[in-house]
Write a protein that binds this ligand. Structure first.
Ligand code: NPW
Ligand code: ADP
Length: 282
């Protein structure tokens, strides 16, 4: 990687140091769907681990725990009974991801409301967004500037129907972030990342191999992993979108979402080398 072309957020990327331990490196929680819907949380949690969160917990409804127990290794399984039990991780962990394959029943709304009340920085994706389609203001009222919404265009339309009328996607995302009071990642071939303070970035066209189920769940986990490492939400979203696209480009045709988390290390390796060279040149 040419040092001159390195992304500006590289200077703020959360590399571990000699004093780092797994807890100080960032604690991430991912909330799983029910027993027939655990794959999205697995994709997100593995992506969070690969991008550097040192401690990753998968919070699973009790019925889903037996499905997840044999397939999690370094990630910790945390079964829960009802939504109220998510209050503890939402306070203790640095970041949480909720929404992928969560479900859209009242108990799922209660889960999202519980984590919204905690201190953890949040990535709200998929069903966590669609659950608020009838009352988006109830979501916006509870968001913080360090939270991130990651809608595809269909989900964006449910939360911001009046913004869909016209304008460039960058303008849509900017207005959405201002209204929501948090970072908005409007996904697509050219993903737009917008901050409530007015910063907007339109990413370069990403490989269309990403148009396959589950790649958004991986992106949510990557953003969550960087938030857990205390990266600023706008930088975390921009960095994750960039690394996600680079990883997809390395695989090319035939990519499925399962491939993506394990493609993160070589991309990080290139960034690490570029950061070292930049440091030596300074
Ligand atoms: N392995 C797993 O467990 C996985 C589980 N997953 C889980 O599945 C659930 C459903 O997920 P979902 O993404 O299909 O969402 P949903 O709310 O049904 O909206 C879809 C509708 O929106 C519209 N649409 C418009 N623009 C669009 C766009 N750019 N990209 C996409 N859609 C766009 C489009 O309308 P159309 O264009 O067809 O008229 C489409 O019909 C959710 O819980 C998710 O987390 C997935 O993550 C996959 C892996
Ligand atoms: N044609 C495309 N070109 C490039 N990237 C795409 C394309 N279609 C989708 N993507 C990317 O793939 C991911 C899909 O996310 P999403 O729609 O939430 O899927 P899922 O919910 O199945 O995980 C997003 O990061 C999006 O930017």
């Amino acid at each position: 990687m040419d040092v001159k072309q390195t992304p500006d957020w590289l200077d703020r990327f959360p590399w571990p140091g000699a004093e780092t331990h797994k807890h100080s490196r960032g604690r991430l929680g991912v909330v799983s769907g029910g027993p027939w819907a655990t794959g999205a949380a697995r994709l997100a949690s593995r992506a969070g681990q690969r991008i550097g969160a040192g401690w990753v917990e998968v919070w699973a409804p009790e019925a889903a725990a037996p499905v997840l127990a044999p397939v999690l290794e370094a990630a910790l399984l945390r079964p829960f009974g009802d939504a109220a039990e998510l209050a503890e991780p939402a306070e203790r962990l640095d970041a949480m991801v909720i929404g992928p394959a969560l479900g859209r029943r009242p108990e799922h709304l209660a889960m999202v409301e519980t984590v919204l009340a905690g201190a953890a920085a949040l990535v709200l994706d998929a069903d966590a967004l669609s659950l608020f389609s009838q009352w988006p203001e109830a979501l916006f009222d509870r968001l913080s500037p360090n939270d991130v919404l990651t809608p595809h265009l269909g989900e964006f339309d449910r939360l911001f129907p009046d913004l869909m009328g016209g304008g460039h996607r960058a303008d849509l995302a900017r207005r959405a972030a201002e209204r929501a009071g948090c970072v908005v990642v409007l996904k697509g071939n050219q993903t737009v990342i917008a901050s409530p303070d007015g910063r907007v970035e339109v990413s370069a066209p990403a490989p269309a191999w990403l148009a396959t189920a589950g790649t958004g769940d991986v992106l949510a986990g990557m953003i969550g992993g960087l938030l857990a490492q205390k990266m600023d939400a706008f930088d975390a979203a921009r960095a994750a979108v960039w690394i996600h696209a680079q990883a997809a480009g390395r695989f090319g045709p035939g990519l499925i979402a399962e491939d993506l988390p394990d493609l993160i290390p070589p991309v990080l390796g290139g960034l690490w080398q570029a950061a070292q060279r930049k440091g030596e040149g300074a």
